[in-house]
Design a protein around this ligand. Structure first.
Ligand code: ADP
Length: 502
């Protein structure tokens, strides 16, 4: 259902922020790009320019890395106690919370997502992440280890491990959850005492720039967080290849993830963590409560317009229930109010850009050409803005692109199965392994599927449940390492083993 009324304007102070000069945050100052270049940031709901930002490239990345190195090695940051670091991160969370409405508007205007969703999910999750990571600062412990050293009989030792910050970290984030991805990356880096150069997605730089202002207001020392706006092939590639960056943490496509690994390998073998694509299976078992599974499966694919790496894009339903479930999801899809994110009734906004709209529609065309059918949706919407109709595809075959590849849009392919015994194999038949879900009343079956599904997150009778304490990341080509939870802390530290002979 397409909303017709125009969206209201944002609050005056959000507009004031958008109207500002937007430089790069380097060593505590907002500066122009060395090249002097800027680029436009557009509202995907109408294609209009909402701001101009600096176009950072290699020269700016060099400056930012130098600032991060200086802050890591000297000055107040390495002198701070864990507790002081935690206090600063907590303060940042408070400031973010105080400005929740402004951030929700920025996310909506920049990314296209409904303001109400950003206010209920993206911003509170980011606040919570910072608070969770603030708590970790004082709990990053090593251990004491009894050692035997067979070639030194009679010698006595005291050995312990110590976890130290990995160093200067380059972080490259995508456009689907601009603020939240910045929080997932910055939180553990700051908690462990690293310093950061954050390269935000060129489509959605605004909330990270505002966060940069709050980082300064919170009182982080200069150079601890540096923020670069710019393009992937220039600024992003320069960061991944930089010889003075100790770790690169990337979220984005599997294709670019492979480039990051190559750049890391060819430069200084920096540590790499990756959170990449997905093609997540969502399984409705015959004993599922369909009154929960149907809206759950709709949410699994349509949340954030399907622009989620863990979107439930392959739906498996028993043949006996296939029509009922597909019709239910199709009905839910046609009820979704699609419109500008700033519209108070909007439940689904536009794709983030024309490129993304074209990419999603290209997949739809290829699927329909190869014989798939759209029960609902299947097209872009006419007029301004980069909208795509929520779509349910049936009659798909396992070799079709719409089944094999990540569409990153509001498109689910429903597949009928006969024998639940074949399900695990079909569900795991993907190069990806980010997330999976199963709907069942039999909790034992739920656990059995959870054990066998090759995915970093498995949801049973729910979907898209995220928490700062839960690790998130992928098996197979969905990535390396995990974000959030204790595992993120581990991945931002190096272990040092210290041995004293007594
Ligand atoms: P999408 O195709 O959905 O935009 P990408 O993986 O291309 O996803 O982008 C995710 C992030 O990676 C963005 O910040 C983008 O600028 C960055 N990026 C894109 N290409 C490169 C590259 N070659 N090297 C480093 N970063 C890149």
């Amino acid at each position: 259902m397409l909303l017709s009324q125009a969206a209201p304007d944002c609050q005056p102070h959000t507009q004031d922020f958008l109207n500002q000069e937007h430089g790069l945050l380097i060593d505590g100052s907002w500066v122009a790009a060395v090249s002097g270049e800027k680029f436009e940031v557009k509202n995907p709901a109408n294609g209009q320019v909402i701001a101009m930002v600096a176009e950072g490239d290699q020269a700016d990345v060099d400056r930012a890395v130098a600032a991060a190195r200086k802050a890591f090695e000297g000055g107040p940051w390495p002198q701070m106690t864990a507790s002081q670091r935690g206090k600063l991160i907590w303060k940042l969370a408070d400031l973010l919370e105080e400005n929740l409405e402004e951030f929700a508007e920025l996310e909506s205007l920049d990314n296209g997502k409904p303001r109400v969703v950003a206010a209920a999910a993206d911003v509170p999750l980011a606040v919570d992440l910072f608070r969770y990571m603030a708590g970790w600062t004082t709990k990053i412990e090593g251990s004491t280890i009894p050692i035997s050293v067979p070639y030194m009989p009679g010698a006595e030792f005291h050995s312990y491990t110590h976890r130290e910050p990995v160093g200067v970290v380059g972080q490259i984030i995508p456009w689907n959850f601009p603020l939240l991805m910045a929080a997932w990356k910055l939180g553990p880096a700051l908690a462990t005492g690293c310093t950061v150069v954050l390269k935000v997605a060129e489509e959605t730089p605004m909330s990270a720039l505002r966060l940069g202002q709050l980082i300064q207001e919170a009182g982080f020392p200069n150079g601890v967080v540096n923020i670069i706006t710019g393009f992937g092939e220039t600024a992003g590639a320069a960061l991944a290849a930089h010889a003075d960056v100790d770790k690169v943490a990337f979220t984005g496509s599997t294709e670019v993830g492979k480039l990051i690994v190559k750049a890391a390998g060819e430069s200084n073998l920096k540590k790499v963590t990756l959170e990449l694509g997905g093609k997540s299976p969502n399984i409705v078992l015959p004993d599922a409560d369909l009154s929960v599974a149907i809206p759950g499966a709709a949410n699994a694919i349509f949340f954030n317009h399907g622009q989620c790496c863990c979107a439930g894009s392959r739906l498996f339903v028993h043949r006996s229930q296939f029509d009922e479930v597909v019709d239910g999801i199709a009905a839910a899809a046609s009820e979704i109010q699609v419109g500008p994110g700033m519209h108070p009734d909007s439940q689904m906004g536009p794709m983030v850009s024309q490129i993304q709209q074209d990419r999603v529609c290209g997949y739809l065309e290829s699927g329909l050409r190869e014989g798939a059918q759209a029960v609902v949706g299947g097209h872009r919407t006419e007029g301004d803005g980069f909208f795509v109709e929520p779509t349910v595809l049936v009659n798909t075959e396992s070799q079709m692109q719409v089944i094999q590849e990540e569409i990153f849009g509001p498109v689910v392919a429903a597949v009928a199965y006969e024998d639940p015994a074949d399900l695990i194999q079909s569900a795991n038949d993907s190069i990806y392994g980010l997330a999976a879900a199963v709907w069942t009343r039999d909790i034992s079956k739920g656990h059995q599927f959870a054990k066998k599904l090759r995915a970093g997150s498995v949801w049973v009778n729910c979907y898209n449940v995220f928490d700062a304490a839960l690790p998130f990341g992928g098996f197979k080509q969905s990535g390396w390492g995990r974000e959030m939870g204790r595992e993120a802390i581990d991945l931002y530290t190096e272990t040092k083993a210290v041995t004293l002979q007594l």
